[in-house]
Design a protein around this ligand. Structure first.
Ligand SMILES: NC(=O)c1ccc[n+]([C@@H]2O[C@H](COP(=O)([O-])OP(=O)(O)OC[C@H]3O[C@@H](n4cnc5c(N)ncnc54)[C@H](O)[C@@H]3O)[C@@H](O)[C@H]2O)c1
Length: 369
């Protein structure tokens, strides 16, 4: 694809980028954005799991090197990474759902912990220069229901298998960085960690996520079921943490001091809203919407989750681009375009990326240059 954007000081233009989890929600948006920035992308993931699938609708497999296999296959993963000699790696592949982690804890632990170790082990064998961003989650923190946002040096933890596996992955990453990616090991690979909160945006049809649940139910005139209506989450549009990961990779490329650092990427702290706030705001864009509250006592989820993003502001000059209502509006418009016109998904998604970038320029965000 011809480059259509020139942000992040054009650092991704012509560069080789590996994205693990490119068939998933964040992965599809990141792949499209990087293609628009002129990168050459190789994706490593399982087959798209949802129907409809944003990945299939975007026809991304025609535009990238598309590899489908399990990241637990360490031999193949290492070969694919080493052969490609990537300039950048974004590791997003994960079992990313809290509820599924209760039904399948073992494969959640396998993918999120051993899969991440496999990615970093492969990076150890890379002789060329590479900046890698490993994505974990805001749920990696030990949840203490504290009112102030979690800071990067807060205690790690996690109650449910998903959150605990992400906390454990963080410990493994730090151990690998200290032991094998230090100044004595002659590595040209630098690694940093991105922690973001709950993201929303077009093209997500995951099970048991509130926004896709709303879309699925309301497009069939059904009630949406809410499990924890008063839980607050640092909701963000999917392009927000992606702008954070890209900024982090850009900075990591020339600032070795960032090697080994973790960064929170979240909305302005005052913007943490509840599940109910999100559903009500979303309902402004849909007709005849209904909801029902059904508590699920088997699933323990944090009541209050907030992130402190001062470190990203201070060291990367990164901040979020949109407020809550802009975030929901952009998301709702994507689904409305999709269901009303059943139209050209690559066009809808690309236009939203262009809109987000032009808003960032207006907001004078550093990455938009
Ligand atoms: N979506 C959110 O709200 C959110 C919030 C915080 C953190 N995250 C993190 O961001 C990352 C991406 O999340 P997402 O929402 O795009 O998830 P997703 O479920 O939509 O996509 C997951 C991707 O990982 C791939 N994958 C899963 N298991 C794999 C395996 N064993 N081998 C190879 N590929 C595998 C899938 O094929 C898919 O491409 C994950 O690390 C997730 O934990 C997501």
């Amino acid at each position: 694809m011809k480059p259509q954007l020139s942000n992040f000081q054009n650092i991704f233009k012509g560069k080789k980028v590996i994205i693990t989890g490119h068939t998933g929600f964040k992965g599809t948006w990141l792949t499209m954005w990087l293609l628009m920035l002129g990168a050459k992308v190789k994706g490593i993931a399982l087959n798209p799991y949802s129907n409809p699938s944003h990945y299939k609708k975007l026809k991304l497999s025609k535009m990238i090197i598309d590899k489908r296999f399990n990241i637990l296959d360490r031999k193949r993963l290492t070969k694919e990474i080493i052969q490609f000699k990537p300039d950048f790696v974004f590791h997003l592949a994960a079992q990313a759902l809290v509820k599924s982690s209760y039904t399948d804890p073992i494969s959640t632990w396998d993918t999120n912990l051993s899969g991440t170790i496999n990615v970093i082990s492969a990076l150890r064998k890379l002789k060329s220069k590479c900046a890698a961003v490993i994505v974990t989650s805001d749920k990696c923190y030990k949840n203490k229901e504290i009112k102030r946002g979690y800071r990067e040096n807060d205690e790690l933890g996690g109650y449910d298998p998903y959150s605990a596996s992400k906390g454990a992955a963080e410990i493994a990453i730090q151990s690998y960085i200290k032991s094998f990616f230090n100044r004595n090991t002659n590595t040209k690979v630098s690694i940093a960690i991105g922690r973001a909160g709950n993201v929303i945006g077009g093209g997500d049809w995951s099970k048991d996520r509130i926004l896709p649940d709303c879309i699925r139910s309301w497009s069939k005139n059904k009630k949406v079921i809410m499990r924890s209506p008063y839980s607050t989450r640092p909701w963000q549009h999917v392009l927000e943490p992606l702008s954070g990961y890209l900024t982090l990779a850009q900075n990591l490329e020339y600032n070795y001091k960032l090697h080994g650092e973790a960064f929170n990427f979240g909305p302005k702290e005052t913007l943490s809203r509840s599940v109910m706030d999100l559903v009500k705001e979303m309902s402004l864009y849909w007709q005849n919407v209904k909801w029902k509250i059904v508590h699920d006592k088997k699933i323990k989820e944090a009541g209050l989750l907030k992130l402190n993003c001062k470190k990203a502001r201070d060291l990367l000059q990164w901040k979020s681009n949109m407020n809550f209502s802009q975030t929901v509006k952009l998301t709702a418009n994507w689904y409305k375009d999709f269901y009303n016109k059943n139209s050209d998904v690559p066009h809808i998604t690309k236009q939203q990326i262009i809109l987000f970038v032009s808003l960032a320029k207006k907001n004078k965000l550093i990455w938009s240059k």
